[in-house]
Design a protein around this ligand. Structure first.
Ligand SMILES: Cc1cc2nc3c(=O)[nH]c(=O)nc-3n(C[C@H](O)[C@H](O)[C@H](O)COP(=O)(O)OP(=O)(O)OC[C@H]3O[C@@H](n4cnc5c(N)ncnc54)[C@H](O)[C@@H]3O)c2cc1C
Length: 399
């Protein structure tokens, strides 16, 4: 985006990409469907961005969701809006977006060099950047007065995002805030031996606490996996959970399986089930209320034997467990499974109206490399597109 925009404004642009094709991560985004942006208005959009969405105001006022949709439309990619204002290519193929942006950049005469891995960057006293890179086993060098680092974060390193940019930025004098995986699944104590095989749970409520203090609450879809919890609501809450675990706080996950029912309503539901059916024991009662693979787990959580007979005390334990089942978060999944990197180039050192470094003239940043990360829903790609567009515009026009 930055390269295409700078070239559109007349700059001569060389793009170095270490993989055999650019935009690998975009191609697999949204499970291959490419949730490229979100149609929410800017104020709501900014709320989804951490740690400080307001840094992005200038970038969004220059190039926001509607601009992206227009640009894609000009390049032949129609888009559709889905639940939660999420925007996808109408073809449902992220690949089409990647190819359209590449063709656009090529038409703008960006010189795109693939299999070109940058290994070092220096800047001389006259402000000229020298970029050393390996290209098909040859050592090469490129020079320029303006340099953009858009090397992404550390998540899903197989896509090429291995965090090289943090090292380059540090060598050029920048500081990097602590890096940790975010939008990442959470490990739960004791889950490894339960061997859940990606069991989706719909319409549940998850509340997270750290040392007893509430740090998040979400309603929606959760997934029990072989190691813990994943799915939309676990991912959305993972930022706070990861930070709490890193601070060595005790993190509890309180799961309400029936958030639409009060305790009393759930008790009544239990009574109705018991009256109308032949329910000899705890296992068969739980089976009426939850999917079969959960029955032994929930019985254990309630401190009951699956074969135990139903009595008042048993009913109360089942209601209590279904309304609040407590799990202990024991860890989180690594960068290789995370969707985004939290932390990055310190925003204090970057001019938000240009994306230029405040420390090194001619050095610019865009995308996930910066200390910004957002919720799921198309926000992260828009951050990358908007900061890229702003950086490209300014690189071409600033003296
Ligand atoms: C599985 C997955 C699904 C996702 N789905 C969505 C989604 O649906 N919607 C959404 O908004 N966000 C999604 N994201 C997040 C989003 O894809 C990223 O935030 C976004 O791609 C960041 O863009 P970027 O240009 O900053 O970095 P990247 O896309 O990571 O691109 C950085 C590029 O720099 C190259 N590079 C790195 N180091 C070097 C080097 N030394 N030399 C040369 N080249 C180098 C890399 O090869 C890479 O191509 C998803 C992320 C993942 C992992």
């Amino acid at each position: 985006m930055a390269a295409g925009r700078a070239a559109e404004l007349g700059a001569s642009v060389l793009l170095l990409e270490k993989m055999e094709k650019p935009l690998r991560k975009l191609r697999i985004s949204g499970k291959g469907r490419g949730n490229i942006t979100n149609a929410k208005p800017v104020e709501e959009f900014l709320q989804k961005i951490h740690p400080d969405g307001s840094f992005l105001r200038p970038a969004f006022s220059l190039f926001f969701n509607t601009h992206l949709i227009q640009l894609l439309s000009k390049t032949g990619v129609r888009t559709v809006e889905e639940r939660g204002d999420r925007v996808f290519p109408a073809s449902q193929k992220a690949w089409d977006v990647a190819e359209a942006l590449l063709s656009w950049a090529r038409r703008m005469e960006v010189d795109i060099l693939c299999l070109a891995q940058v290994t070092g960057i220096t800047r001389n006293s006259e402000g000229l950047f020298s970029v050393a890179f390996d290209h098909r086993k040859a050592k090469r060098m490129a020079q320029g007065r303006k340099l953009l680092l858009a090397t992404g974060g550390l998540a899903y390193p197989a896509t090429g995002s291995t965090g090289d940019g943090y090292g380059f930025a540090k060598k050029l004098g920048h500081s990097v805030t602590p890096l940790r995986p975010s939008l990442t699944p959470i490990e739960v104590a004791g889950f490894a031996k339960l061997r859940f095989n990606d069991l989706p749970l719909r319409n549940v409520r998850l509340t997270a606490t750290a040392d007893g203090e509430k740090i998040g609450e979400e309603f929606g879809e959760l997934m029990f996996t072989g190691f813990g919890v994943s799915g939309a609501i676990a991912l959305r809450m993972s930022r706070n959970i990861v930070d709490a675990l890193e601070a060595r706080r005790e993190v509890a996950l309180l799961l309400d399986w029936k958030p639409a029912l009060s305790k009393l309503q759930l008790q009544n539901r239990l009574e109705r089930e018991l009256q109308g059916n032949d329910i000899p024991n705890v296992g068969s009662l739980l089976r009426k209320l939850t999917p079969a693979p959960l029955v032994p787990f929930l019985a254990e959580q309630a401190g009951l034997q699956v074969r135990a007979k139903i009595c008042e005390n048993v009913k109360e334990k089942i209601v209590n467990t279904l309304k609040c089942c407590t799990l202990r978060a024991s860890g989180y999944r690594p960068f290789s499974e995370a969707i985004i990197t939290a932390g990055g180039i310190s925003l204090n050192e970057v001019d938000e109206s240009t994306m230029q470094s405040k420390l090194v003239k001619g050095l610019y940043f865009a995308g996930e490399l910066l200390d910004v990360d957002a919720d799921t829903g198309g926000y992260n790609l828009q951050v990358a597109f908007s900061t890229g567009w702003l950086a490209g515009s300014k690189m071409a026009t600033d003296s």
